[in-house]
Design a protein around this ligand. Sequence first.
Ligand code: 16G
Ligand code: ZN
Length: 536
Amino acid sequence: MEFRSDVITCSGKYSNNQQKLFSYGTAGFRTKADDLETVLFRMGLLAALRSKAKKAHIGLMITASHNPACDNGVKLVDPYGEMMVESWEAHATHVANASDDELAGVLHCIVTEEHITADHTAQVVIGRDTRPSSNTLHAAAVSGVEALGGKVVDCGVVTTPLLHYRVRCANDPSYGVASNEGYTDKLVETFLKLQSCAQPATSCAQPATSCYCQDLLFDGANGVGGLQMAIMAPRISQALKLTIHNGGEGQGVLNYRCGADFVKVSQSWPSGVPATPGSRCVSVDGDADRVVYSYIDELGAYHLMDGDKIATLVVGFLQEQLSEAGLALRLGLVQTAYANGASTAYVNDSLKVPVGFAKTGVKHLHHMALSFDIGVYFEANGHGTVIFSDSASAAIKEAASTDSPAARRLAAVKDLINETVGDAISDLLLVEVILRHRGWGMRDWDAQYHDMPNKLVTVRVADRSVFETTDAERRCTQPAALQPAIDDLLSTSFLHARARTFVRPSGTEDLVRVYAEAATQSHVEELALQVSRLVF
Ligand code: 16G
Ligand code: ZN
């Protein structure tokens, strides 16, 4: 395959004159927006090649998620709406770092290695978040796709999960209508159907802590999630009364002291949302692929309901519905090392549902969840979804054609879930369906299990690449002396503290993370401190 002269001409416009090295990691490329224009042009080229290689639509999302507004990023999405396969991540890194003179040669190598022929016109589905830099970066990505004669499907400003959905539908129309309206209609209609069959919600004379209440505050992180919710909220208001705050209409700073990441990390109520005792709030992150809940009880105390709490709620519900429908399907949960130990114990010991552990990063969790008939996966930070195997989908569909209400509920719940990737909006609608079905207030949900006290700290080190881990990042293999020292600490000073700790290099920032969990907060503080000293 020969490259059109546009590649060479355009790469002059998007010249790579940086010393900086880029690496395609768990979140694709992510850094200061000012450094990314060339990278976006080149990811347009790569997405076009990937599309030719797969003879399918490929996705390209421009976002830096929960990171500050001055950052941006890009990641590519494979035909079924999943993260781009790992073997192409190395291609992405090579293309991004090639000098102008090397670029055509690097592209030729990929074409040869991946046996790409010229006979398929590339189709790239592009979405972007609300960041000011996203427009310029979008133009660069479009130039890249078009330089290889490819076509762009422009989704405009959308949430990351909506972009994943659009890619899936473009390749598999049975999944849904491939448009932004198609996504909205699917979620709205399924949610209303599920809620109209549920018990009537009790009137809110009582606070949201003690019974299901349709009132919900929405914290949009001043990002694209608020825009999407503004479209959906009026259409679902008969079943859920959402009040949108931090809605992304230009009043507040993206992700600043609000949104899912801020709420999870600081374990505090988002700014910009009225903090009234007895109220509950759902927070999404800057691109709306993560979700966490919070509530303030009658005494004014703050409570966080993170990804682990959502995962356990979903697993418990699915297990109950499967059993009522008489469906013997293998249900499992996938967590990461960050999952609170109490949540794992609850799912294993009380629900008797198997739990697997994967490395941090959605692609790892997603992959492991595929090993179950119905795989639920969630990171504690609120990124997660449910995936159904083909045979599970067929069994549910067949059971739903009988008069089993549980099977019908399962079939509708499957339609409400965005199986391609964690989706804050789809997840929050699912949480509302379950809470309403059970008539649960926030306190009922919270009472499933009590979190072990925990702490996450970061340690700046000279070179994070010397840290290597195994066992889903729960044990450190390098530097060699570190894990024995940690084990020694756990078996002496913390022997009776039900303590757990691990050290892992961040995949997105130049630092090392230390997680500590134990029976009391003071043990946690001490353990985090001592392990950080071992790392430093
Ligand atoms: C990325 C991951 C997220 C993970 C985080 C960990 C995706 C789409 N996103 O944002 O799932 O929790 O990285 O960051 O996979 P860390 O490696 O810096 O701790
Ligand atoms: Zn995100």
